[in-house]
Design a protein. Structure first.
Length: 90
C-alpha cells in the first residue's frame, strides 16, 4: 500500500510505497530534499510531521520531547498513513 506525502509550504505531493523510506521516495520522484548520510546520523533530513503516522525499522536518535513535537528522520521513517510534513516550526 502506498501513501501520499505533502511537503509544506511548497505544497508538493509525492507517493511513498510500502517499505520505502520517505526520503528515498522523495528523491526517486525528483523532490529536492536535504540529506547527506541517509542513515540517521547527520540530521539533515529532519522534518516535522503535521499530520499522519510513521514507523521505523530502527528508532532514530530523538528525545521524547522531539518525538512529541512530531520531529522525524525521513531517511529512516516509513509512512503508515498519508502525511503532511514541513521542515520548520508550525
Amino acid at each position: 500500500m502506498s501513501h501520499n506525502v505533502t511537503l509544506l509550504p511548497q505544497n508538493l505531493t509525492f507517493i511513498v510505497a510500502n517499505g520505502q523510506s520517505i526520503l528515498d521516495a522523495a528523491l526517486d520522484q525528483g523532490v529536492a530534499f536535504p540529506h547527506r548520510c541517509k542513515v540517521g546520523a547527520c540530521a539533515s533530513c529532519l522534518c516535522r510531521i503535521s499530520k499522519g503516522q510513521v514507523s521505523y525499522d530502527l528508532e532514530p536518535m530523538l528525545t521524547e520531547n522531539e518525538k512529541q513535537q512530531g520531529w522525524m528522520f525521513t531517511c529512516l521513517a516509513h509512512a503508515e498513513s498519508d502525511l503532511v510534513i514541513t521542515f520548520g516550526e508550525e
